[in-house]
Design a protein around this ligand. Structure first.
Ligand code: PAF
Length: 397
C-alpha cells in the first residue's frame, strides 16, 4: 500500500494537485487573470519557496494534451463536471473528500466511494473557524488526528491536506462566498431554468410546514427582456425577505455559518481541482448550497451526494456524537425514530421536547427545487450538543 502523503501547506497542496495533472495554475505563481501579488504581500512566495518551478520540473504545467485537452480546466471556462467534461477527459480522475476530521463510518463511506470511482483519492481535514458562530463550539469540536490518520492509511487514501487556519485565511484575507439572492431584470422577471437550493421557490424556514412560493407566471418570465440573446437590459440581484436558503434552517440559528462553509469549500475546490467532491447527505442543506455554488461559478467538479450512514438505532453518524455522555447518546437514539414516525412536524417537535430535546427547528420542506423530494429537516440540542438530521418524506406524508 502506498504511503499516505500528509501536506499542511496550501501552496504545496496545490503543487501536488497540479502534479497529478489536474490542478489549476495558481494566480500567485503565474499572474493569471488577476494581478500577481505585489512585493511584501503575504501571498508572495518567500525565499526558498517551492512556487515557480524550473522548466522541466515535474510540477511544470503539462502542455495542452493531444486532442486539445486543457490541463487548466477553469481557464477554459468549462461548465461541465468531472471526467464527463471533454476538457478533462484523459486526465486521472481525482476524488476529494473535504472533512473537519474526527472521522467516523460516515466519512469512511464517502472515502470508499471516492476510492471506487477515481484513480486518486484526496482528503482534507480542517476545522474551519469561519463556519463556527460559537467560539466554545469551535474549541470543543473533536480533534482526533492519530485515529484519523490510521483510518486514512487503512482505507488507502493517497494524500491528506491538513492546513492551519492562518494558512487558509491569510492576514490579507478579505473575500467570502455569500448566497446573493435572485437575479432579476428591470421588471419582475426571473431567470428561467432555476434549480435546487430554493433560489426561486423558497419557503419560510419557520417551524412547521413551509409553503412554496408560487411559480413566476410564464408571461412575466418572458416579459423582462431576458428571453432573447439581444437583451441588454439591466440585471440586478435582489434579496427579498427570507429568500436566501442559506439564512434558513441551520443558517437561521447559526448566522454566517454557510458563508464560512461555502468560502472554505470554494478554496478547497480551487486548490484541489478534483473531478468529483463527496458530501454527506446528513448536511443536506449544505449539499444543496454547495451544488448551487458549483453551478454558479462553473466549477468543473461533480458534487456527489452520499447517503447518511446510521447506527442500527438509526442515529446519524456524526463527529459530534462523541461529545455526548453515554446517557446522552442513548437519548440521541430516539431522534431518528421520532423524525421518521411522526405524522407531522409539530407532533415530532412535541414528542422530542417531552424527551428533553431542545428543538431548534423541525420542518417539512416541499419546495427544495425541481426533482427534489419533500424532506424533513431537524436540528436539536442535547447536553449542549447540536445534532442535525434529515430524511425524505414518504409519498403522502
Ligand atoms: O461538512 C463538513 O464537514 C464541513 O462543513 C466541510 C464541508 C468540510 C467544510 O468545512
Amino acid at each position: 500500500m502506498a504511503e499516505l502523503k500528509v501536506i499542511t501547506d496550501p501552496r504545496e497542496w496545490q503543487e501536488y494537485c497540479i502534479s497529478l495533472g489536474r490542478g489549476h495554475s495558481a494566480s500567485w505563481r503565474t499572474g493569471g487573470n488577476i494581478a500577481a501579488p505585489g512585493p511584501g504581500s503575504s501571498m508572495e512566495p518567500g525565499p526558498g519557496s517551492s512556487i515557480g518551478p524550473e522548466p522541466g520540473s515535474s510540477i511544470e504545467p503539462t502542455p495542452v494534451a493531444p486532442g486539445g485537452h486543457n490541463p487548466h480546466p477553469l481557464r477554459a471556462g468549462v461548465s461541465g463536471s468531472g471526467s464527463s467534461s471533454p476538457a478533462l477527459r484523459g486526465l486521472p480522475s481525482v476524488g476529494f473528500v473535504p472533512t473537519m476530521g474526527a472521522l467516523h463510518p460516515g466519512h469512511a463511506s464517502l472515502i470508499r466511494r471516492s476510492l471506487a470511482e477515481n484513480e486518486v483519492t484526496l482528503v482534507s481535514i480542517f476545522v474551519n473557524p469561519t463556519q463556527f458562530n460559537d467560539p466554545k463550539d469551535l474549541h470543543d469540536y473533536p480533534r482526533t488526528w492519530d485515529a484519523d490518520r490510521a483510518l486514512l492509511e487503512s482505507l488507502g487514501v493517497d494524500a491528506v491536506f491538513l492546513p492551519r487556519a492562518e494558512q487558509m485565511y491569510s492576514r490579507d484575507f478579505r473575500f467570502e462566498v455569500r448566497e446573493a439572492g435572485i437575479l432579476r431584470a428591470g421588471d419582475d422577471s426571473e431567470l428561467p431554468g432555476d434549480s435546487p437550493a430554493g433560489r426561486r421557490r423558497t419557503g419560510t424556514g419557520d417551524q412547521g410546514e413551509a409553503q412554496a412560493a408560487p411559480e413566476t407566471p410564464a408571461s412575466s418570465r418572458q416579459g423582462g427582456g431576458l428571453a432573447g440573446p439581444d437583451n441588454q437590459g439591466p440585471l440586478r440581484l435582489e434579496e427579498p425577505e427570507g429568500s436566501r436558503f442559506s439564512t434558513q434552517l441551520c443558517g437561521a440559528s447559526r448566522p454566517g455559518h454557510f458563508e464560512g462553509v461555502l468560502t472554505v469549500v470554494l478554496k478547497l475546490l480551487v486548490l484541489t481541482a478534483p473531478s468529483r467532491a463527496y458530501f454527506g447527505e446528513k448536511d443536506y442543506q449544505q449539499y444543496l448550497l454547495i451544488c448551487r455554488m458549483a453551478e454558479d461559478f462553473f466549477l468543473p467538479t461533480e458534487i456527489v451526494p452520499c447517503p447518511v450512514v446510521r447506527e442500527t438505532s438509526g442515529l446519524a453518524m456524526s463527529s459530534r456524537n462523541r461529545l455526548l455522555s453515554p446517557r446522552g447518546l442513548e437519548r440521541a437514539r430516539e431522534l431518528y425514530p421520532i423524525l421518521r414516525g411522526s405524522k407531522d412536524a409539530p407532533r415530532a417537535v412535541r414528542e422530542l421536547e417531552q424527551l428533553g430535546f431542545q428543538v431548534d427547528y423541525l420542518v417539512d420542506r416541499r419546495d427544495l427545487g425541481p426533482g427534489e423530494p419533500a424532506r424533513r429537516f431537524a436540528a436539536v440540542v442535547l447536553e449542549g450538543i447540536r445534532l442535525i438530521d434529515n430524511l425524505v418524506l414518504e409519498e403522502g406524508a
